[in-house]
Design a protein around this ligand. Structure first.
Ligand code: LLP
Length: 419
C-alpha cells in the first residue's frame, strides 16, 4: 500500500526523502515528523479542485495546531476554523489574519466570545439560540456588531466512527432544521449581530462522500430560506474528507471539491463565498510518529513489542480503535510475526496495534506509525507524567527543523503549587 512520501531506499525508511534513522539519532523518540512537501501537495490538490470558484479554505486548526504548521497554512492563503480561545491565540501568534477566522463549537464561553470580538474575526458559527443571544449581548457591551452564521444540523449520516459523526439529529451539534427559519428571523432582530450565512459539518474521516454530496444537495433548501431574508455571504460546508489509513479509497481533495462544486446551485450563490474547513485531509498524511522498541516479551503465546511511545502521545488507536500502518525503519520482507505493539502506560488500552503482522525485530529497533499528522500531537497528554514528544518539520528544502521541543520533567510541574 502506498503512502505519500514513504519509501525504503537501500533498506532505510525515508519520509519526504529524508532517512529516518538520521532523524531518530538527532531528535530521539518518541517523535512526530511532518513534511511540508506533503502539506503543500494536499493544499495544491484542494486549489486545483477550487479552480476560480469563490471558495475559501479555512484550515481546521484542531487537527494540528503547532504554530509552524498554522504558518504554512496562512502562507498558502488559507484561513482558519477554530473551536476555542486557545486556538484563536495560536492563530494570532502565527499571524493568521483575523478576518479569515471562523469560530465554531457548541460551548463558546463569554471570555472566548469577547476575545474573538475584540480580534474582529470573520465569523462566529453559532450552534444554539442561547449562544446567539449571548453573542449579541457581549457585542452590545463592547459596542460591536458580531458577524454570525447559523450552524444547522442537517440530520445526515456520514457513515464514520460514531464519536466523529456530528450531523445526526442525536448529535449535540448545530440547530435543528425545523428551527432554522425562526433562528434566521431572530438573528435579524438582534441589534448587535449581523447574520451573514449558515453552515454545517456532518463528521470527520468521511471516505464515502455521498453523505457530503447529500448535505450539499440538502443545503439548497436552507439557501432558499435564508435568501428570503438576507443576502447569503457565507455558506460553510465544513470539513471531514477522509484519508487512507489502511486500504480506504477516499477521493483526492481535488476530486472531492469538484464533486461538491458540481452540486451547488451557483445561480443562487452570486454573492456567496463557500467556506471549506479541511483538517485531516491536509495534515493527516503529512505526519508520522516514530517510536523505539524498549523490550520484547512473550507472555504465554503472545508476543509484545513494548515501545517508548504510548497512548498519551497518540491516542487514536486506544480511543477509536483506529488503524495506523506501522513500518520498521530498517526494511524487512518477512512480516511473519503476530505482535501487539504497546506502550509503557499502565492501561491495557495502551496499544498502537494488536495482532499485527510485523517482522521479527530486536530491542532498540524503531518503527514509524504512519498517517499521524492529524489528531496526533494535539490529542496528546502528560498522562502517567510522561513529557510530551518533540515535533520536527521537514521543510520544503528538505531541512529538518525542530518545531516543538521535547517536554521536560520541569514542564510537568510548571503550573503546580506545592502547599
Ligand atoms: N469543522 C468542524 C466544525 C469540525 O468539528 C471539524 C472536526 C472539522 C471542521 C475538521 O474535520 P476534518 O477535516 O479534520 O475531518 N479526533 C478525531 C477527529 C475529530 C474531528 C472533530 N471535528 C480523530 O482523531 O479521528
Amino acid at each position: 500500500m502506498e503512502f505519500p512520501g514513504i519509501q525504503y531506499i537501500k533498506g532505510i525508511l525515508h519520509f519526504s526523502d529524508v532517512p529516518l534513522n538520521e532523524v531518530v539519532n538527532n531528535y530521539k523518540t518518541p517523535l512526530y515528523v511532518y513534511s511540508e512537501d506533503i502539506i503543500l501537495k494536499r493544499i495544491e490538490s484542494y486549489k486545483r479542485g477550487i479552480q476560480n470558484y469563490p471558495v475559501q479554505l479555512c484550515y481546521s486548526v484542531k487537527a494540528n495546531s503547532n504554530l509552524s504548521i498554522i504558518k504554512i497554512m496562512l502562507k498558502e492563503g488559507l484561513g482558519a476554523d477554530i473551536v476555542s480561545g486557545g486556538e484563536l491565540f495560536r492563530c494570532i501568534k502565527a499571524n493568521m489574519p483575523a478576518n479569515k477566522i471562523v469560530f465554531s463549537g457548541v460551548g463558546k464561553t463569554e471570555e472566548e466570545i469577547e476575545y474573538a470580538l475584540k480580534e474582529d474575526i470573520m465569523l462566529f458559527s453559532v450552534e444554539s439560540i442561547s449562544e446567539l443571544k449571548k453573542i449579541n449581548e457581549i457585542a452590545h457591551s463592547l459596542q460591536k456588531i458580531a458577524p454570525v452564521s447559523i450552524r444547522v444540523n442537517p440530520d445526515i449520516d456520514p457513515k464514520t466512527h460514531p464519536y466523529i459523526s456530528t450531523g445526526l439529529k442525536e448529535n449535540k451539534f448545530g440547530i435543528s432544521s425545523n428551527l432554522f427559519e425562526n433562528v434566521v428571523k431572530l438573528a435579524l432582530d438582534l441589534k448587535n449581530v449581523e447574520l451573514l450565512g449558515f453552515g454545517y459539518h456532518i463528521g470527520s474521516q468521511i471516505v464515502d462522500i455521498s453523505s457530503k454530496l447529500e448535505a450539499a444537495e440538502k443545503s439548497k433548501f436552507f439557501i432558499e430560506t435564508f435568501k428570503k431574508y438576507k443576502t447569503l455571504k457565507f455558506l460553510d460546508i465544513g470539513g471531514g474528507l477522509g484519508i487512507r489509513y489502511k486500504n480506504e479509497n477516499p477521493p483526492e481533495p481535488e476530486e472531492f471539491v469538484r464533486s461538491i462544486i458540481s452540486i451547488l446551485p451557483w445561480n443562487e450563490l452570486k454573492d456567496t463565498t463557500i467556506l471549506l474547513e479541511p483538517g485531516r485531509s491536509i495534515i493527516g498524511p503529512a505526519g508520522i510518529f516514530l517510536t523505539k522498541i524498549l523490550y520484547i516479551k512473550e507472555n504465554y503465546h503472545k508476543l509484545f513489542y513494548i515501545v517508548d511511545g504510548a497512548m498519551n502521545d497518540l491516542i487514536r488507536p486506544s480511543l477509536y480503535q483506529a488503524y495506523h500502518e506501522i513500518l520498521p525503519l530498517i526494511e524487512s520482507t518477512d512480516f511473519n510475526r503476530n505482535v501487539d505493539i504497546v506502550g509503557p502506560v499502565c492501561e491495557t488500552g495502551d496499544f498502537f496495534a494488536r495482532d499485527r503482522q510485523l517482522p521479527q525485530l530486536k530491542e532498540n529497533d524503531y518503527f514509524a506509525i504512519l498517517t499521524t499528522g492529524a489528531y496526533g500531537f494535539v490529542m496528546s497528554s502528560q498522562y502517567n507524567s510522561r513529557p510530551r514528544p518533540a515535533e520536527v518539520l521537514i521543510d520544503r528544502n528538505k531541512k529538518i527543523k525542530l518545531i516543538r521541543k521535547r517536554e521536560t520533567y520541569e514542564d510537568l510541574i510548571y503550573k503546580e503549587i506545592l502547599i
